[in-house]
Structure formats: structure tokens, C-alpha cells
Design a protein around this ligand. Structure first.
Ligand code: WTA
Length: 660
């Protein structure tokens, strides 16, 4: 690895801002290199030191880290801190209140969908709420205990964090299902992990739209019954829009069906619950949660993370990547229904005693400057969002930003998709006022935390590159024969030659329930991650999209970035479908661009046009596989349960026939 920028490159390199360096956890490139070297040469020593910050009821019995990644030497496993006992909830709440004196510090500023709904919760209050919730879960007829699965289908409200931590306190396993998913998706996930409990809400407003969550949850439970596999004993319902119903605002829109013996109101159950609850001391490798991945390339799969490794990895990555400082107000705009929210709204920030914004709404309601308004309102210093959101807000220009003071911002981050340089530069120049590093963080549900990421004071940035590996991560690039490529290279990214604590080992595969417990399939004895990736002469990594998810343009692989740039080029949905069709007919790269550019249209990021969806999106990602399959006229489109609006398939297919 050489110091970036020491070569003449045509790429722009942005050095870290000096003003962040004084108190930074990783103050410069040399410190990064030293720490990185230690993390890969002596992982036991490195992670033992990180673990010292946390509470262990009993220490590991054997070695700190044991693993076998070599298929020729038997089955593959990773064991982290085997024999140690701890509790996640204790570490992120009790430890902060009792040992760190952070009881009165705000854990979350909750900002509702409507700007007049807000609430702040201190660490002490959150701990009390969590204990009461844990007592509620315990006291149900078939009380929740260690290892039981609890499905959580809630919007972005404090109760969501509360129930996750209550599960963690009891050693139960939460399975959060994004509240934008359909009843079918919820049913599938409840069945897959055999959940005993469901926690949901009466409803939620997303922008102006009211979504009757309870009704969707009821439909999901009906579907579970039809499939003859009903495991849910109790459904706890948070009264979230209820007070609005009393005011008559939505009273005629939202009717909550009630099943006696199953449904329980959250507030009624909580009212009589005690505020003390002894944490269940669990094993380091006991499961913490199951989360189903977005299914970018196929069936959703349940990924299971275990307690100790996930705690250390999310805690350390949050601390170093966002360079957490005591006075920070941190805001991650992701939904907790995705891994980004699990790791960097719930666990990572709380493990560091951070103050976060928890936002229920959407970026453009009630106006397109909502994000900027929230940054000003709470004095947000670290802001973490997705390239899709940036591209969406870019189209409204600089005017909405000018009305708000963004001087509190210090660090910006993105996650979820490759960020095209145009969007990167807009984020850097316009939002960050050329003061704040933009951290393009690459990682996955399976990795639990950041894998490739800049550190704000230590790593010079190149727009479009996730830069260098985080501590403990030894990425490799393989060619199609599985041979490792050295130096400058392009191929498949392998995210771990050796394991690091956040690395998940167990995958629950839908329909392959007993196919067991494999680390991510690994014909080369290494965890395969899927994305294509290039390493440049400075050792920087550039994610080029999922290998299995690329469009084929004239025999050349077009990258996800092409699609993202096309979307910036004012592409209209139907034309993009034409473009997809033409890609299949070997249209060349330049003409493809031309097709898009010469037709006037509206900017599009998976929004609806005339009320109909134009891109097959999950919450935040385009399912490129579906675009490609529709373009080819394939009939069987595989699993579509993660689509935000399933009507898109019909819309695109009919546009395809018209175009043909
Ligand atoms: C993509 C989200 C490029 C990638 C944390 C990965 C990215 C998938 C980036 C995982 C990034 C995520 N640059 N691509 N910075 N971050 N991805 O499991 O394709 O929801 O494999 O985890 O998102 O999505 P997941």
C-alpha cells in the first residue's frame, strides 16, 4: 500500500481535513497502517484490547479467536471469544448509565414523519423502557426466553429500538422485518425463523400516506395459518397513530381489527410492567438477531449475527469511521429494517454512548428540504445516508439547502450502492461545503459492519472509491478461476481471507431450513461476497457492482455506475427499459447513453411516474436482476417479495412489449 496521491493519477484525491485530526481516534495514515497491520498480524491481541471496553460476565475459556477457512481441513467455522458470557443490552445501556455516567445523555432525538411530532430519550429512560418491555415479553402466556425468535414489524419509532434491546436483554433473537414489506414477505420471514411473537403498530404515516400496519400484520398471520404453520402466540401492538385517530383525523381510515387472546396493546401491557429486569447472560457466540437480506440477486436469506463479535465490530467501526466524539449528534437516515440501521442506528452508536437522530419520515415530506431542516434543528455533526437519497435531493438543486444552516456538519457518509462521482462531489461540495470528508462505506448484511471504508482523518479520499479495508479485514481479488490477483487488478471481491469479529457464520436459507449452517459458500476456502471490484495502484478498492448483477452491453460489462449515471441524465423510466432492451440487442455504450440523453424526460430514482412505479426497487436498491430479466422477456422472475411496489413488474413488462 503506498500513500495515495503519490502517483500522478487522473483521479482527484481529497486529503483529510486538518481540523478533525487533533482528537481523532485514528489521526493519520501512519496510525491507520500501524493499527491495520496489528489487526491482521495479531488479531487476538487487537480484538482483546477492543473487548476491554466492554463488560464480560465471564472471560473466554479458550482462545480468543479460532477458525478454519480451509475446506480441505474439515468443516468451516469461526469461533470468537468462545466460552465468554455477556449481554448486549447490558453493554449498550446499563454500562453507559452505571459505569460511564451517561444516564442523562440523550440516546435518541426522535423526529416524527410530521415535523411537529418529536421526543427525546435519555440513556436512563431507554434502559427503563427496555426493562419494562423485557418484563412484558417475559410475562406473556408463553413468555419469551433465551433463543426464542421475535418478529418485529415496526416503523422508525423508539419502540423499535426498545423491543430489539429487550430481546437482547432476554437472550431472545429479534427478526426485524422492514415495515414497508408486504404481508407475504412478513409471513415468509415469520415462518422461516419460526417466530413466537410479533410486535407491530396500528399504523404509520409515510409522507401523507397512511399505512395500516396492523392490517398487513393480520394478513401475514392469516397467510401463516393457511400454510399450516402458525407459531405466533402473541401480537403486541404499539398505538402509534392512535392518538390522531382520537382527534378524528384518521378515524375513518384506520380500523384496527382485534383478535382476542392474541392481540395486546403495547401501552396497556407496559403500564404494569416493572422497571428492573436482570439481563440473561449469554454465550459470546449465541445469536443476537436474524435479518433477511434485501435479495438483490435472488431469494431473501436470513443472516444471523451473534453477540460478542457483532458488539465489538459495530462498536469499533462506528467509533473510528464516524470518529465519534462526546459532543456529536449523529444521524443515519437508513431504516432499522436494514442492516445499516441495526449496526449504525441501534448497536454501534449505543455501544459508544452516542446521541443519534431517529427519523421516521421521508426526505421530501412536507418539503424537499426536510433533511437539511433536521440537520439544523438538532445540530447534526455526522450524517450517514444513501446514494439514492443524495441523487434524489440533487435534483432539487441548492435552493432548499440554502434555507438551513449546515455548519454543524463534520463528517458525511454513504452506504448501500456505489456512489457515482457526480453525486459524491455534490454531497462534498454542496452539503459538506468542502469541509467534510465523504465516506463511501462498503459492506453487507453478512459482514455486520464496514468492510471497505475511509477513516475521516486518516485516509485520503477518491470520489467513487470505498478506499481501504477496515481493521481486521483482508480483502482479496480473485479472477474467474478463483486465483488471487496481486497489485492492480479487477475481479471478484473476497471480503475476508481471515475472519474478523463481525463476520457471520450462519445463514438460514429460506426453503433450505436444514441445509444448515454454512459460512457463505466458499469454494476457495474464503468468504465470497459477490461484488466485482478493482484495486488501483494505491491499493484503493473500487466496487464495480455485483458480478451477477451486471448488464451486458455489447459484450462489455457495464457497471452499476453506468446505470446510476444514466439516471442522473434525466432518463425517463420507459426509455430506460428501452435502453435495457437495446442493451440486450448489443447496442454499444455510447449509443446507449445517446438514447437516454436525446429524449427529454424527468429525473427518476425509482419514483412513480403517473402514479406507477418505474424501477423495481427495494427500499433503496434497484433490483437490476429484475430489469435484466424483464428485458430478456423472461417469465419466471424469481423471488419478488422485497419489491417496494410489485406492480412495477407489470408496468415494465407491458412497456417492453410496446417497445418491442
Ligand atoms: C451494495 C448494506 C458499492 C453491494 C450495508 C453489497 C455497495 C450490497 C456499497 C449489500 C458501497 C453496499 N459501494 N456497493 N459503498 N454498500 N453496497 O446486505 O452490492 O443490504 O453487496 O448491506 O450493497 O447490501 P446489504
Amino acid at each position: 500500500m503506498v500513500v495515495p496521491g503519490s502517483h500522478h493519477t487522473e483521479e482527484q484525491v481529497f486529503p483529510p481535513p486538518l481540523e478533525l485530526q487533533n482528537d481523532a481516534h485514528v489521526p493519520d495514515f501512519q496510525s491507520y497502517l500501524q493499527l491495520y497491520k496489528k489487526s491482521v498480524d495479531e488479531p487476538e491481541v487487537f480484538w482483546k484490547e477492543v473487548a476491554q471496553d466492554f463488560f464480560w460476565k465471564s472471560p473466554p475459556k479458550g482462545q480468543f479467536l479460532q477458525y478454519n477457512f480451509d475446506v480441505t481441513r474439515g468443516s468451516i467455522y469461526v469461533k470468537f471469544m468462545e466460552g465468554a458470557k455477556t449481554n448486549m443490552c447490558y453493554n449498550v445501556l446499563d454500562r453507559n448509565v452505571k459505569e460511564k455516567n451517561l444516564g442523562e445523555k440523550v440516546a435518541y432525538f426522535w423526529e416524527g414523519n410530521s415535523p411537529d411530532r418529536q421526543r427525546s430519550i435519555t440513556y436512563r429512560q431507554l434502559l427503563k423502557e427496555v426493562c419494562r418491555c423485557a418484563n412484558v415479553l417475559k410475562s406473556m402466556e408463553t413468555g419469551v426466553g433465551k433463543g426464542d425468535r421475535v418478529a418485529v414489524y415496526l416503523p422508525m419509532i423508539p419502540e423499535l429500538v426498545c423491543v430489539m434491546l429487550a430481546c437482547a436483554r432476554l437472550g431472545a433473537v429479534h427478526s426485524v422485518v422492514f415495515a414497508g414489506f408486504s404481508s407475504e414477505s412478513l409471513c415468509e420471514r415469520i415462518l422461516d425463523s419460526q417466530c413466537l411473537f410479533l410486535v407491530t403498530a396500528d399504523g404509520v404515516f409515510r409522507g401523507e400516506k397512511l399505512i395500516n400496519l396492523k392490517q398487513i400484520a393480520d394478513e401475514a398471520l392469516e397467510k401463516c395459518k393457511e400454510k399450516g404453520n402458525f407459531t405466533i402466540k402473541t401480537c403486541i401492538v404499539v398505538r402509534h397513530v392512535g392518538d390522531k385517530m382520537k382527534n378524528g383525523i384518521v378515524s375513518n381510515k384506520l380500523q384496527t381489527h382485534w383478535t382476542a387472546g392474541v392481540d395486546v396493546w403495547w401501552d396497556e401491557a407496559m403500564a404494569s410492567a416493572g422497571e428492573e429486569c436482570e439481563p440473561e447472560w449469554v454465550e459470546a457466540e449465541d445469536p443476537l438477531f436474524i435479518l433477511y437480506t434485501s435479495g438483490s440477486t435472488g431469494k431473501p436469506k436470513g443472516v444471523l449475527h451473534s453477540v460478542a463479535g457483532y458488539l465489538l465490530y459495530t462498536a469499533l467501526s462506528f467509533k473510528c469511521v464516524f470518529d465519534h466524539q462526546p459532543g456529536d449528534v449523529y444521524w443515519c437516515t437508513a431504516d432499522i429494517g436494514w442492516i445499516t440501521g441495526h449496526s449504525y442506528i441501534t448497536y454501534g452508536p449505543l455501544a459508544n454512548g452516542a446521541t443519534s437522530v431517529l427519523f421516521e419520515g421521508i426526505p421530501v415530506y412536507p418539503h424537499v428540504g426536510r433533511f437539511w431542516e433536521i440537520i439544523e434543528k438538532y445540530g447534526v455533526s455526522k450524517f450517514y445516508t444513501a446514494p439514492t437519497a443524495i441523487r434524489l435531493l440533487m435534483k432539487y438543486g441548492q435552493e432548499p439547502l440554502k434555507q438551513f444552516n449546515l455548519d454543524s456538519l463534520k463528517i458525511l457518509g454513504t452506504v448501500g450502492e456505489p456512489i457515482n462521482p457526480e453525486a459524491w462531489l455534490w454531497f462534498y461540495n454542496v452539503v459538506g461545503q468542502q469541509r467534510c470528508p465523504v465516506l463511501d462505506t462498503f459492506w453487507q448484511t453478512e459482514t455486520g459492519g464496514h468492510v471497505l471504508t475511509p477513516l475521516p482523518s486518516a485516509i485520503p479520499l477518491k470520489p467513487g472509491s470505498a478506499t481501504l479495508p477496515f481493521f481486521g479485514v483482508q480483502p482479496a481479488i480473485l479472477n474467474e478461476h478463483g486465483e488471487e490477483l496481486e497489485g492492480e487488478a479487477e475481479g471478484y471481491l473476497v471480503r475476508a481471507k481471515t475472519p474478523y469479529p463481525g463476520y457471520q457464520c450462519f445463514i438460514f436459507l429460506i426453503e433450505q431450513r436444514n441445509a444448515a449452517v454454512l459460512p457463505t459458500q466458499s469454494q476457495h476456502g474464503k468468504g465470497l461476497s459477490g461484488p466485482g471490484c478493482r484495486r488501483d495502484k494505491d491499493g484503493y478498492y473500487w466496487i464495480t457492482g455485483r458480478i451477477d448483477d451486471m448488464l451486458n452491453v455489447s459484450g462489455k460489462d457495464s457497471k452499476n455506475k453506468l446505470l446510476d449515471s444514466l439516471m442522473n441524465n434525466q432518463a425517463q423510466g420507459s426509455q430506460l427499459v428501452v435502453a435495457h432492451r437495446t442493451t440486450h440487442c448489443s447496442m454499444d455504450y455510447t449509443r446507449l447513453n445517446l438514447v437516454i440523453n436525446t429524449k427529454k424526460g424527468i429525473y427518476c430514482t425509482g419514483d412513480a411516474i403517473d402514479g406507477l412505479p418505474v424501477f423495481p426497487v427495494t427500499a433503496g436498491k434497484i433490483l437490476r436482476r429484475v430489469l435484466r430479466q424483464i428485458a430478456r422477456g423472461e417469465k419466471d422472475l424469481g423471488d419478488l417479495s422485497t419489491l417496494a411496489d410489485p406492480r412495477v413488474v407489470e408496468v415494465l413488462s407491458s412497456q417492453r412489449s410496446e417497445a418491442a
